[in-house]
Design a protein around this ligand. Structure first.
Ligand code: ATP
Ligand code: MG
Length: 448
């Protein structure tokens, strides 16, 4: 197993000074899985001041209370943390105190899951006292020690667990999964920002569908709006899944982009509250997209998502079942409203939504593809769909005597005509038109 040179150099320097030093945590786990680790963490018997002494000006005491020193290298920073034991967790979030220890095993014992409690040294030796490698082999997620106690110490671990299950395609060992369920209400005490960060990673993992299908009650703690979707029978021939499984199926059929995955999860969340059944016994959900958007907005606010993320997600939810006509006009109008990036996301959401319906309706995939092909073509032709691209600018209208808000109104009116294909995006034609019929401007045609 290859430890990158810059990390090897750190291990060597610590060992040369008489200390033990091991790579640990996510980097060892990811390497064993054949994934490229995001960063390499080192754990050492050296006390923080000893680590600082070994690396001199290369090192910064970034988290001394927890024993962490950051060593800068040209390839990026490496966190070097002293072996430690965590004290009690009064607030269920952070240990009240930490104590340093000379024992690697004790340091590994404080870690959350067995797959995160494997250490690897320069000579390729492993320390794996909790069987993390065996768990990785059987794709099993298991707590180090007693799962109830570990989740009671730090409830965020429940969501981290679901995140690892999703990202690494693991399944919770029964004892761990049971404890996740039993202790889930403790998540109420966790800061929304931390929940949000874990949730986004969870949603973007390849196993998000299975992880959430096993544990709807866990996100149900902070997003109880999810719960009515579970097992909600749609009673509609388009659908072969209940609302929850349909949402998860749509989610796994979309690319792992946070806004998109979030929109996929929430796109039908307004269905249970808008459900009606007609005299034939068929279920309908009139107005569900709007209802879903309103719920999604409140849910994303609760977890303190950034405004831009929330607004984009809510707009995708609101638009998810609007028909985007596969015509130049239809695509240009959607481009004007959403912009290129979000229109592409909307089409991806529609594709996922359709694939999550009864296969009898998958023929609609071709309609969505046609929309994308037309979008590519229009963009390649430099089609006009924004004020930035319009051949007439505010300055042109000011020069002709337009003033104040009439300028913006006139530009928007012109853009609408161009988007709808009623006028070419050409300066003369646009000026001639707006002088004839614009709001509040001079009513004579400009000199051509
Ligand atoms: P990634 O960086 O890919 O998200 P990671 O496993 O490296 O995953 P980090 O949050 O970077 O996760 O933490 C590094 C290591 O510290 C973990 O592998 C685990 O051993 C330990 N750890 C992190 N958070 C906790 C926690 N809440 N409880 C117990 N141990 C933890
Ligand atoms: Mg990490």
């Amino acid at each position: 197993m290859e430890i990158p040179n810059y990390t090897q150099a750190i291990l060597k320097a610590l060992e040369a000074a008489g200390h033990e030093a091991w790579c640990v945590g996510g980097c060892v786990r990811d390497t064993l899985l054949g994934r490229t680790p995001e960063d390499w963490d080192v754990t050492t018997s050296a006390l923080p001041e000893e680590t600082l002494a070994v690396f001199g000006s290369q090192a910064r005491p970034t988290g001394l209370k927890h024993g962490t020193v950051t060593v800068r290298t040209p390839e990026g920073p490496v966190e070097v943390t002293t072996y430690r034991i965590d004290g009690t967790y009064r607030d269920r979030r952070r240990p009240d105190s930490v104590a340093f220890t000379a024992s690697l095993e004790e340091d590994l014992a404080r870690r959350d899951f067995t797959v995160n409690a494997i250490a690897l040294n320069l000579r390729g030796e492993f320390r794996d006292p909790f069987g993390g490698r065996a768990d990785l082999k059987r794709n099993s997620l298991r707590c180090v020690g007693d799962p109830d106690r570990r989740f009671q110490e730090d409830a965020l671990r429940i969501l981290r667990g679901l995140r690892f299950a999703s990202v690494l395609r693991l399944e919770e060992d029964p004892a761990t999964g049971g404890a996740m369920e039993r202790n889930r209400a403790l998540l109420e005490a966790i800061a929304p920002e931390r929940i949000q960060a874990e949730l986004v990673k969870l949603l973007c993992g390849p196993g998000a569908g299975q992880a959430l299908e096993r544990h709807p009650n866990i996100p149900g703690v902070f997003w109880p709006e999810i719960l009515p979707m579970v097992d909600f029978d749609q009673q509609n021939i388009h659908h072969c899944y209940d609302v929850w499984r349909h949402s998860l199926a749509a989610l796994i059929e979309t690319p792992p982009i946070p806004v998109l995955r979030c929109a996929a999860l929430l796109h039908d969340i307004g269905k249970p509250s808008t459900f009606t059944i007609d005299t034939q016994g068929t279920g309908h959900f009139y107005g569900h997209a709007k209802a879903s958007a309103a719920l999604a907005d409140a849910m994303l606010r609760r977890l303190k998502f950034p405004n831009e993320f929330r607004e984009r997600t809510v707009r995708l939810v609101e638009w998810h079942d609007r028909d985007i006509p596969r015509t130049g006009k239809g695509i240009r109008r959607a481009l004007r409203a959403l912009g290129e990036e979000d229109l592409r996301l909307l089409l991806a959401l529609k594709r996922g939504d359709n694939l999550a319906q009864d296969p009898a309706y998958w023929s609609r995939q071709w309609e969505i593809r046609k929309g994308e092909l037309l979008l590519d073509q229009l963009l390649a032709e430099d089609a006009c769909f924004s004020l930035r691209q319009l051949a007439v600018k505010g300055g042109d209208l000011l020069a002709l005597g337009w003033q104040g808000p009439a300028v913006g109104a006139a530009l928007n009116q012109l853009l609408e005509q161009v988007v709808d294909g009623a006028l070419p995006n050409e300066r003369e034609a646009l000026l001639a038109y707006i002088c004839r019929s614009g709001p509040g401007g001079p009513k004579e045609a400009p000199p051509v």
